[in-house]
Design a protein around this ligand. Sequence first.
Ligand SMILES: [Zn+2]
Ligand SMILES: [Zn+2]
Length: 229
Amino acid sequence: MGYLKRSKKNYFYVRVDLHTHTWYSPDGMMPPELLVKIAKKRGLRAVAITDHNRLTFWRDPDILVIPGEEILTSHGEIIGLGLMEEVPRGLSPEETVDRIEEQGGVAVIPHPFDCFRKRTALLLNYNLQSVGRCVVEVLNARYVSWKAYEKALAFAVAKNLPRVGSSDAHTPWEVGNAYTLIQYCDDLDGVLKQIKRGEGVPKGRLSSPIVHIFSPLCCVAHALRIKPL
Ligand SMILES: [Zn+2]
Ligand SMILES: [Zn+2]
C-alpha cells in the first residue's frame, strides 16, 4: 500500500503513467505483474499498459490498470486508452481514432517531434482533422533531449489540444519517470475524462539514454524465445 502513504502529502493530486510496455511487446522487458508492482512502489495511482499492436489486460486491487494499445497506423503511431477490443494495425489515422472513440477510449499521439521516430512526425503532417481529436503526449521520458518536449508543447498549445506526460517504459528503470498529474480519481472513466478535458499536467524527467540499448536486445531475446526478466 506504499502508494497511499506517498500520495497522502499531495492527497488531491495523483500521478498516472499512461504509456508503458510489458514483454508482450517485441521490445518490452517486463512481465505485467512486475510492471504493476513497480508502478505501485513508485506511488502511481494508475498505469496504462500500451503494448505495440496488442491489448494486454491486467488487474490489481491496489492500482488502476488502464487497458491500452500503441497502434501503428498507415501514418504513424496512435495510442488508444481505455480499450475493450484490440484495434488492428495499418488502418488510417482517422479510422484508428474512430475505432478508439467507438469504444469510449481516448486517442493519444505519442512522442511527436521526436527526431528518432519519424513515423509520428508523418502523422502530424498527414491530417489535422484526426490529430485534432487526439491528446498530445508532450512529454515522453524516452526523449533524448528536451527539444522534442518544447516542440510538442508549442504544437499542443497552438492547436489547443490536451497534454499528457508518460514514461514509455520498456524496462523496470523507466516506470513513472514521466507522468501526468491529475485530480484524485479512482475509476477509469474519471481518469479518461480529465485527460480528454486537458486537465492533466505533464511532469517528470527524462530516462537515461542507456535504456535505449535494451529495446533491440529484448527483440533478439523475444526472437530466441528467451524471457528477459
Ligand atoms: Zn516499443
Ligand atoms: Zn511506446
